[in-house]
Design a protein around this ligand. Structure first.
Ligand code: BES
Ligand code: MN
Length: 457
């Protein structure tokens, strides 16, 4: 068996930033690296071309009576900027204090390596394990998986005969409390560009006769929340469902507490949607956030100008049963209704993702037709976490999004068992991203056990 940490270092050295074309070589390198690694542990590897970054399908076949698990992961990473805030270069992995540092170490190369290493070591010990495994790895997750729906449609027949998807692309509150994620938020993204005058104007010569586009943008932004923290878009919450009691009870078992979380964030106080504590707000409520705002002079000193243009980037996180395209239309309508008629504007839509929930077996709302293999996979994960971490997992929804998980459910009919592996201090998408090696080590043991238990169900 290969050394998982050494292999992870090699993986991280491939600069696989999917959104930025200047990193094309890193994308190719990372793809070839994983394809070769999967080949080296006996998988039949197929590289599936797309319009952008290829997918990797790697399979270990077997008897059609054996359970079939798809392991999902992504080999692309977020951009590394701002580079000056990294203590060591993002694509030169370094181990310090039991952590491996580098872009993508946690999201998602470390967790993916955890699964690959677990499979490699398990099959080495049990070459005849009665389990079919397909790795399904993409290179576009961090840019909204534009090629994934087409791929799913093309491979539908072959993939839908699997039993479930198993992945680690979600978080855990601490190493003492592992989580099996049973919900992901959806997402809707757009940008609003507002234009006032046709060019920048002297604010003395012309100030007082026109609306400044920065004012139009900020007034729009200010109108999108109520003082009580709820989003102020008519109809925004119409499709949000009540959460089952077992989920609320499960959340109460979360240790650590709000005060520790407040300090971790470094904020003076929480500002949640009224009626929800911070932990509920993340999991049970949709949001509207401003991700970027701009316009006018940003340089040193001052400049007396009325800028011609201003912009804001907006994203909404959605919860189960909300429809991204419906929310997009409501957002558009609200912008149309509230934008003054003395500026012009354009809404530039970006991608969206459907929210997802999966209910573990033996809950009040477990679907009656839940497959026995899926139910057993949850039980296997529960037992494995209990054994390796000495404590059963919690079953919680996550605030983040992995939009293709809902697409997989819709197109292939498959649910996902999501074994969380990132810690809050891993700095996903931020400078000094890292992944804790003890989590990786124990994660491997859990993955191995889950697959073994599934094979012997
Ligand atoms: N792995 C993350 C999602 C995630 C992060 C889940 C933290 C749980 C905790 C994934 O790679 C990601 O960043 N997704 C994006 C999706 C977006 C680009 C549509 C996200 O959540 O912002
Ligand atoms: Mn990820």
């Amino acid at each position: 068996m290969f050394d998982p940490v050494e292999k992870l270092k090699e993986f991280v050295r491939h600069e696989s930033v999917s959104t930025d074309p200047t990193y094309a070589a890193g994308m190719v390198g990372a793809k070839e690296f994983v394809a070769n690694l999967l080949g080296s542990i006996g998988f039949e590897v197929e590289v599936v071309k797309t319009d952008l970054h290829p997918l990797i399908l790697a399979s270990r076949g077997g008897d059609s009576s054996w359970p079939h698990v798809i392991i999902y992961g992504h080999y692309d990473v977020q951009p590394a900027d701002p580079l000056e805030l990294w203590d060591t270069p993002p694509f030169e992995p370094e181990i310090r204090d039991g952590r491996i540092y580098g872009r993508g170490t946690a999201d998602n190369k470390g967790p993916l390596m955890t699964h690959i290493a677990a499979v490699g070591s398990l099959l080495e010990k049990e070459p005849n394990l009665p389990l079919r495994i397909t790795f399904m790895l993409e290179g576009e997750e961090e840019m909204g998986s534009p090629s994934f729906p087409k791929f799913l449609a093309q491979y539908k027949e072959r993939l839908s005969e699997a039993d479930l998807v198993f992945l680690s692309d979600t978080g855990i509150p601490s190493e003492d409390q592992v989580v099996i994620t049973c919900g992901l938020r959806g997402v809707v993204l757009c940008e609003v560009q507002v234009t006032g005058s046709k060019r920048d104007l002297h604010s003395g010569l012309h100030g007082g006769v026109l609306r400044n586009p920065i004012q139009a943008v900020t007034e729009l932004c200010a109108s999108l929340h109520k003082p009580n923290g709820w989003v102020d878009i008519p109809g925004f919450y119409d499709d949000v469902l009540d959460v089952e009691q077992w989920e609320k009870d499960e959340l109460k078992k979360l240790e650590g507490g709000a005060e520790a979380y407040r300090k971790f964030l470094g904020i003076a106080k929480f500002h949640t949607a009224e009626g929800f504590d911070p932990f509920e707000a993340i999991r049970f409520m949709p949001t509207l956030e401003f991700n970027g705002i701009g316009g006018g002079y940003q340089g040193a000193g001052s400049k007396t100008v009325i800028p011609s243009k201003a912009m804001v980037k907006i994203s909404c996180r959605l919860v189960a049963n909300q429809n991204p395209e419906k929310i997009r239309q409501l957002l558009h309508q609200t912008i149309r209704d509230r934008m003054p008629d003395d500026v012009t504007y354009e809404i530039i839509d970006d991608h969206s993702g459907v929210p997802y929930v999966v209910v573990p077996p033996d809950r009040t709302n477990t679907p009656a037709d839940q497959s026995a293999v899926l139910a057993d996979a949850f039980r296997a994960a529960d037992a494995a976490v209990n054994d390796v971490f000495g404590k059963p997992p919690l079953y919680l929804r996550e605030g983040g999004s992995v939009p293709i998980i809902a697409d997989i459910k819709k197109v292939l009919g498959l649910d996902s068992v999501m074994f969380g592996l990132f810690l809050p201090e891993d700095n996903l998408h931020a400078p000094n991203e890292s992944f804790k090696l003890s989590v990786m080590e124990r994660g491997m043991q859990v993955c191995e056990q889950v697959l073994r238990r599934l094979a012997n169900r």
